[in-house]
Design a protein around this ligand. Structure first.
Ligand code: PMP
Length: 453
């Protein structure tokens, strides 16, 4: 009790001092960061110990689809903790079986079996393992401009672009170019041409690699971290066809796009495509307790009907995480949060960002849907030269750092990656909140406009 009270009474300075001395932060140069000491959060906002409040246009790391401290989700976790705080994976536990059913009922097609993990990267690891065991093949194809997680196989399928000298370059990871009309790898002039050429390129890649060596092809339905690039109509259906033709397992990674983010339960719903495996995490329970998983087709699940699946995790389907998922999905269903996200994207975020693009020469393109938008910043609209080079550090990254500061000083917490800011608020964000955030972006974009040549 004394310990708990002491912990809660620490000042912002003490919290920061402990953090700097002992927390090793992911994705960071430890000496160059100054993490904000957070005091609390509610809905679309969080605040520090000096009562500076921030509108969170990043949803954490794109996971608080229901916003912070949703009372139903908090209560569900508390009730579960009081009833049965933990239990091993090999048992039928109410919260786990209920979460699995609710998820399976919402995934497209017959993806009826759920393998739970603690997050997105582990979901990708297990999806690849399932595909390899199901097909007896080894290679996996993934897209340049993708993010699949930071563990062994997942990071080697990632082509963000972020590569590290220490990456082992997993044998059998083969990358290809997926469509991106704004920066076309195929030099195409239209979305239709981009689709056609991207499918031809994939067909060629499969032929040269040898289709019978390929276990799986993994794509983010709408690549997120790499730039929220909505694929042209027909592309994913074309990929599905190629996978079917060659017996390749089609994995859609919906870790970022699942559970309402794009204004559909899953982004695959926009394209009428059903994968063989679908990975999820983040929005499944708004990130209140770590949870991820793979939704598995009946056909692949049947491979493990009479022989064991050789993989698993101690905390697979943790009761607290599953209770949070049940509450999240129930709230989303009862309050049509998915429809809300679709409408706020179509009626408020999209038009608002397009209006900003007209006023600000540093905005090259805005693209997205639902609560999932990217603003691509350029030095020159005609050449589309990115405002900062990919993986910029030091002074090269200064324009984006200044943009970030300009937003934060005005009470907006933006998601910034390379030469882009992503507008990814909670799916529950209100029209007034979006307008408040857009007004800040309008001022902050004056900072990036100054770098336009
Ligand atoms: N896949 C996608 C599409 C993601 O966006 C992410 C996380 N940003 C991951 C996988 C990895 O998830 P996690 O960080 O939970 O391991």
């Amino acid at each position: 009790m004394a310990t708990a009270r002491t912990r809660r009474e620490r000042t912002a300075e003490q919290i920061t001092a402990d953090d700097r001395a002992h927390v090793f932060h992911p994705w960071a140069a430890q000496d160059l960061i100054a993490p904000l000491a957070v005091a609390g959060a509610q809905g679309s906002y969080f605040w520090d110990h000096d009562a500076n409040r921030y509108l969170d246009f990043s949803s954490g790391l794109v996971f608080t689809n229901l916003g912070y401290q949703h009372p139903a989700v908090v209560a569900a976790v508390q009730e579960q903790a009081a009833r049965l705080a933990t239990f091993a994976p090999g048992f039928a536990v109410e919260a786990r079986s209920q979460a699995a059913r609710l998820i399976a009922e919402r995934t497209p097609g017959e993806l009826n079996r759920i393998l739970f993990t603690n997050g997105g990267a582990e979901a990708v690891e297990n999806a690849v393992r399932l595909a390899r065991l199901h097909t007896g093949r080894h290679k996996v194809l993934s897209a340049y401009r993708s993010y699949h997680g930071a563990t062994g196989t997942a990071i080697n399928l990632t082509g963000d672009p972020r590569r590290w000298p220490s990456d082992q370059g997993t044998a059998g990871a083969v990358r290809f170019w997926a469509p991106f009309p704004y920066r076309s790898p195929f030099h195409s002039d239209s979305a239709e041409q981009e689709c056609e050429r991207a499918l031809q390129h994939l067909d060629d890649t499969l032929a040269f690699e040898g289709p019978s060596t390929i276990a799986a092809l993994i794509l983010e339905t709408i690549p997120g971290t790499a730039g929220i690039m909505v694929p042209p109509a027909g592309y994913l259906a074309g990929v599905r066809e190629l996978c079917d033709r060659h017996g390749i397992v089609f994995i859609l990674d919906e870790v970022m796009t699942g559970f309402g983010r794009t204004g559909a339960w899953f982004a695959a719903d926009h394209f009428g495509v059903v994968p063989d495996l679908l990975t999820f995490a983040k929005g499944v329970n708004s990130g209140y307790v770590p949870l991820g998983g793979v939704a598995i087709s009946e056909e692949i699940a049947a491979t493990f009907g009479r022989r064991p699946y050789p993989g698993g995790l101690t905390y697979s389907g943790h009761p607290l995480a599953c209770a949070a998922a049940v509450a999240t999905i129930e709230v989303m269903s009862a309050q049509d949060v998915v429809g809300r996200a679709r409408r706020i994207g179509a009626e408020v975020i999209g038009p608002g960002l397009r209006a900003l693009a007209e006023r600000h020469p540093s905005v090259g393109e805005v693209r997205g849907l639902g609560a999932f938008w990217a603003v691509e910043l350029v030095r020159d609209r005609a050449s589309r030269d990115p405002l900062v080079p990919y993986n910029a550090t030091g002074t090269a990254a200064a324009p984006m750092a200044r943009f970030t500061s300009a937003c934060r000083e005005r009470g907006l917490w933006p998601f910034v990656h390379m030469n882009r800011t992503h507008v990814v608020p909670p799916c529950t964000v209100t029209e007034a909140e979006v307008k408040e955030g857009l007004a800040v972006l309008d001022e902050a974009l004056a900072v990036t406009d100054a770098y336009v040549v």
